[in-house]
Design a protein around this ligand. Structure first.
Ligand code: SF4
Ligand code: SF4
Length: 94
């Protein structure tokens, strides 16, 4: 994974157009058949080279909805984020 959207997502749509690599899909295209937005881990670059922090999380109005996740297949990732932060799915935006 990379960043992850959890089940507190309210499907507001604020994140999807902020993603520079089109890694986010809405609930209709969620490959896990969940009624929330979804981040493709093999596309998400954690906004490296695009923004100072993940733009989806900056745009999201729901506190704690988009968190760090393990690196997995992410094409690039933020070196300053620790494994603990990822394993504990810490909030990206405090
Ligand atoms: S962190 Fe950046 S690249 Fe990853 S899903 Fe969010 S906006 Fe897209
Ligand atoms: S901005 Fe947050 S609450 Fe809105 S659709 Fe995206 S993840 Fe869900």
């Amino acid at each position: 994974m990379s960043v992850i959207i959890n089940d507190t997502c309210i499907n507001c749509g604020a994140c999807i157009d902020e993603c520079p690599v089109e890694a986010i899909v809405d609930e209709d295209d969620n490959p896990e058949d969940e009624d929330i937005y979804f981040v493709y881990e093999d596309k998400c670059v954690e906004c490296v080279g695009h923004h100072d922090e993940p733009a989806c999380a900056t745009a999201c109005p729901t506190e704690g909805c988009i968190t760090w996740d393990t690196i997995g297949q992410s094409p690039s990732h933020r070196e300053d984020i620790t494994e603990d932060q990822r394993n504990n799915k810490e909030n990206i935006i405090d």
